[in-house]
Design a protein around this ligand. Sequence first.
Ligand code: GLN
Length: 197
Amino acid sequence: MSSTPTIGVLALQGDVREHLAALAAADAAAVPVRRPEELAGVDGLVIPGGESTTISKLAALFGLAEPLRAAIRDGLPVYGTCAGLIMLADKILDPRSGQETFGGIDMIVRRNAFGRQNESFEAFVDVRGVAGGPVEGVFIRAPWVESVGARAEVLAEYDGHIVAVRQGQVMATSFHPELTGDHRVHELFVHTVRTGS
Ligand code: GLN
């Protein structure tokens, strides 16, 4: 692959602009993805933070849910933050009725685990694979990972809870690196897309 991969940001709802900017800063060509056909044009995909129940509904409505599930199964590298992490879980502990995920990581997540909007906070988190010290994690009505299966690798924990995970080329964080101006987690994902590892 060329040294500048094209990485899509699922642009149904959530903080799409911030991810486009963070990916561009991490040396990727960043493009919004709204339609199933657009999946074929990207080397990797980011699923932003926002509201997972809304993303789930809109993905079904736009005909993106099945093609995206299939693309992840076929090895598309994907990075999800917060609501995006929820969308990448094989299982949600407390789904809204009818809420479906794309899956891709053998883990069970708990939505809003760290509390409601007014309990949002920032904390420094050590992320495996990210050099140069802890990253600032912005947690907004954040989920945590209740448990991971054998295929998933824990990348970070905070306060005894799993907050970053990867399984092959699919990775997810409970927090939002796209909001801090520190692009190291996006660089890790761009590196994964570029090298396939
Ligand atoms: N709690 C939200 C959800 O269930 C996620 C919040 C976020 O993405 N900042 O989707």
